[in-house]
Write a new protein. Sequence first.
Length: 345
Amino acid sequence: MSARRKVLVLVVSVLVLACVGGVAVWRADARAARKDQVQAGGPEVRPGPVSLAAGGPPRIVFRSMAWGPHRDELTSVPASAPNGPRAASGVKCLRFAAGGGTGICLQAERGPVNDTYRAVVLDSALHETRHVDLAGIPTRARVSPSGRMVAWTVFVGGDSYAGTNFSTRTSILDTRTGVLQPTLEDYTVTRDGKRLRAADVNFWGVTFADDTHFYATLATGGHTYLIHGDTATRTAVTLRTNVECPSLSPDGTRIAFKKRVPGLSPDAPWRLYVLDLSTLKDHPLAEPRNVDDQPTWTDNATLSYSLPGNYGSDLYTVPANGTGTPHLLTPSALSPTWLGGSHQG
């Protein structure tokens, strides 16, 4: 074979290998793109705009639990198509809530030895406006309807509400003034007309009525109480017992909550109930399973809540009046907020 022919064969071989390599790379990119959009038979998730603005079409913003590159990111879907393609924001949260164009995102910062946590205040475009270091594992978050006040709860000891060996810390931040109330344990609490003084108090699960008034859970002496608090005077009063993780209805007349029901397993003791604030009487909802979540009102007639799922958590809905049956809203999702309408809780 002549030298010229050898060179020609070499050039052709190089070109063929380059072509094969290019096809392989293209196919790998295509597979990655498909994986980026569709998660192993789960919901379609792809990068897209996510807004917390109060206006616009009705939509749901939540933490996506679907496996893939967008797991734990805030994603958005139309409220009319909860199982539709998800727009992923790139912002990761463990717990999330929004209202009035403000969001609160409780995040984990992974370290080589220990994880740390922080509460990040977001504007309507998901830009950070402030953050606060947290003393423990995030568990609950809420925003007042105007967006001015944000609250969060963390576990500073233990990691479950089911037992008695846990400690929580609940904080409220005024995003307008920057004033942080680091713990509700500094509040003056009245029970049965007398000031409550106890070393074992825990607070969790704030739900705002407005920028001054809120409801939450207080635990002491082996009992839980629904409290009505005032951020201006830093006072609270107990209303009734056996109310955990309250959520105020958009019309401000009812509280959805999880209630410990006698006779159930200590590891799964809760059922969903709704309390009428005018009478302090409650009724059970048509969800027979244990619910360890702070429910969210989708509107004045329906509640949303999470249950364990294949990827960590699925969202369900159930009528607030006790009728009907539970309905799977969307799989692989947690911490939803309904936007584009009048929602709170």
